[in-house]
Design a protein around this ligand. Structure first.
Ligand code: AMP
Ligand code: MN
Ligand code: MN
Ligand code: MN
Length: 276
């Protein structure tokens, strides 16, 4: 099967490598079809496409949109999008606009929890001033010796319910799918195994996503266990959704799975790239 990796992050959002270095790494790792999917941002896609083509790599322009659904933060990946589509560009700019304020509130909450200077600390890791994320705080707190790993920072401080967590209202599911479709792309539910929802909420997310014309679901992702590959392959079939595969690579020292290194999709699903 084609080695497609359709989910990763550059320094334009919360990844550690610039688009050019990601393209080179994807090539080295045997990726044949590669998408860059920065959080709420398409600013890296022109450089990524250029670098991919220079490496002889097929490129898919992508994005990962943060939405709030039934009180949960959910991520919707858009693939084969036109990065210049005004509805998408404006929608994403609006989604990004609350991040700086949220980061200041996070820093205040962390100060209350005994972590001083977190805003300035996180800023040192930010590559795009419009895209300050929890990941940047986590990197600073590891460097400051507060926790041993980014994952540990999330577990102790930054996950929902922890002292540095600030609830945030992102875009709606309807908006995200509309923007992706306006840009000629396909919408994919990212890493569904990660959402801590009730079974009812989980099923309603899929029902509503289908109703709105969503096309795909990530089956094989760096966030899923092998058992979840099978669970979501079954769900993709049941809902008539196409299947996607993506490492969600953020950086060499941080990500469990490297670009192109996931197992192939289960045979029982239809890969989203089959129709491209
Ligand atoms: P934000 O968009 O600012 O809420 O940050 C979300 C990002 O935080 C995700 O895209 C991941 O990169 C990262 N993240 C979330 N949970 C964890 C975790 N448990 N361990 C490591 N990184 C995480
Ligand atoms: Mn991320
Ligand atoms: Mn995500
Ligand atoms: Mn991601």
């Amino acid at each position: 099967m084609l080695n497609a990796d359709l989910h990763c992050h550059s320094t334009v959002s919360d990844g550690m490598l610039p688009p050019e270095a990601l393209a080179a790494r994807a090539k080295t790792n045997g990726v044949e079809l590669w998408a860059l999917t920065d959080h709420d941002e398409v600013g890296g896609l022109v450089a990524a496409r250029h670098a991919a083509h220079a490496e002889g790599l097929s490129f898919v322009p992508g994005v990962e949109i943060s939405i709030t659904w039934a009180g949960h933060t959910v991520h919707i990946v858009g693939l084969q999008i036109d990065p210049f589509c005004p509805a998408l560009v404006e929608g994403l700019a609006q989604t990004r606009s609350g991040r700086t304020r949220r980061a200041q509130e996070m820093a205040d909450a962390l100060a209350q929890a005994g972590v001083a200077g977190a805003y300035e600390g996180a800023l040192q890791y930010v590559g795009n001033p419009e895209l300050i994320s929890r990941t940047h705080f986590a990197r600073y707190m590891v460097e400051a010796g507060i926790c041993p790993s980014v994952n540990a920072v999330f577990e102790s401080y930054l996950s929902d319910g922890k002292p540095g967590y600030v609830p945030h209202r992102w875009a709606t599911l309807e908006d995200a799918i509309e923007w992706i479709h306006a840009a000629g792309g396909q919408a994919v539910i990212a890493h569904p195994g990660r959402y801590k929802m009730t079974a009812l909420q989980h099923d309603s997310l899929f029902d509503r996503f289908k109703e709105l014309g969503g096309e795909g679901v990530e089956v094989t992702t760096g966030s899923h266990t092998p058992a979840q590959y099978e669970t979501y392959a079954g769900l993709a079939r049941r809902y008539g959704l196409l299947a996607s595969r993506g490492s969600d690579f953020h950086g060499p020292s941080e990500s469990r799975v490297d670009l192109g290194k996931l197992p192939p999709l289960p045979d029982s699903v239809t890969p989203i790239w089959r129709g491209w």
